[in-house]
Write a protein that binds this ligand. Sequence first.
Ligand SMILES: CC(C)(COP(=O)(O)OP(=O)(O)OC[C@H]1O[C@@H](n2cnc3c(N)ncnc32)[C@H](O)[C@@H]1OP(=O)(O)O)[C@@H](O)C(=O)NCCC(=O)NCCS
Length: 427
Amino acid sequence: MTELTQYARWFRDSTPYISAHRKKTFVVLLPGDAVVHEHVTSIVHDLALLSVLGARVVLVHGARPQIDAAISAAGLAPRYHAHRRITDQDTIALVEAAVAHVRAKIEGLFCLGLPNTPLHNTRINVLSGNLVTARPVGVVDGVDHLFTGRVRTIHHELIDTLLDVGAIVLLSPLGYSPSGEAFNLSSEELAAEVAIAIGADKLISFDELSRFIDDEARPRSEINPDALERMLPGAQISEWSRKTLAELVRACRAGVPRCHLVGYREDGALLRSSSRGGLRHAGDGGRHAAHPSRDDRRRGRHRRADPPARVDRRAGEALARRLETEIERFFVAELDGIVVGCCALYPFDGTGAGELACLAMHPGYRDNPVANGAALVRRIESEARRLGLRQLFLLTTQARDWFKEQGFVDATVDDLPPEEGAVQLPA
Ligand SMILES: CC(C)(COP(=O)(O)OP(=O)(O)OC[C@H]1O[C@@H](n2cnc3c(N)ncnc32)[C@H](O)[C@@H]1OP(=O)(O)O)[C@@H](O)C(=O)NCCC(=O)NCCS
């Protein structure tokens, strides 16, 4: 076979590959360690190739080693709790600088266009922006995570618009809250959230591991989420690989049809992670049921809770006792006759103050236009006014930002009513 025939055959054989990727949406996670690996240039070229072939690519980058190095160089020690960074006032500026540096490096790599390089004469547009809103992680196990955040909202319509013009969308592990504060995000979580929010066809995570392994430590090119989850706790892998795999499982369960693990130490591994294999539900052809609350306009109301006919004690003895004895303090959000949320008001005798407590909405019915947390808070406020209370306070570990958006302000312990005026809350 001549060289020309070989070339023609190779080119023809690429047709199925091209048609399998055109107009498909891929979210790709590139962790900070991959950014400093010698293969990063070829990884960027492979991503550019996917984009040129018509794939819609969102690239989420990490910066963990770069942030750790910046913190150490400043004479501080990187702090983690349960493998999640704690970002304090001193470190958030270092995080922002390290993330900006990594992003600039990636943008630069997409501009490499010298003769004899794959990107010669090819223009790849890489676009970033304020596409992710964040909220604080808050206090977990008694540890305040300060400027470490979770994804709050992915502005998926804007991402879609950028993908429609053929750009690669580059997302950094930073998000901003509605109060304008920056929060450091976990890139693994961000990639999974983006893939779920934009309805990606694939989530591809680069990692030091190059393939899935099952609970007997056998390498697997294809695996289902249950099998992968079973092997996670005991697997001899780094905590970051464990986190990457756990997020792939989460994305898969939330309806991302295929999730791939790609080793950054293997040159060209991205292109080999073809349309076969990966993490997926056995026999799962479609997405899971849509979020039930988004678009419905059903009958909702917020009312005082009824006395329970019977309390399910499996919910916990303390909670059952509280519901039985304090049900008159509770208000519920109801949708089509189903209780989907609750909130309680505890007046503090003789102080003019009351505590708003136990606010929770069923996760399947959040952000509903008619029955929602904000409306429950308004209901509690009007009840507080009816009782002649002048001050409403609450204690929260993870919803400070949310309550600020409802008009609450930060307070100190000294602002709380004196303990002797307090009603005795059961343990
Ligand atoms: C807080 C809560 C009651 C609000 O319920 P809801 O009115 O149905 O609203 P959603 O959960 O859809 O959230 C609405 C918005 O607030 C954001 N949000 C939710 N919880 C948040 C939190 N803890 N911090 C900051 N933002 C939050 C959502 O991301 C969403 O953002 P978006 O509008 O930008 O998309 C509900 O999220 C919940 O039950 N959370 C768990 C329990 C809890 O934290 N209770 C507070 C007691 S201290």
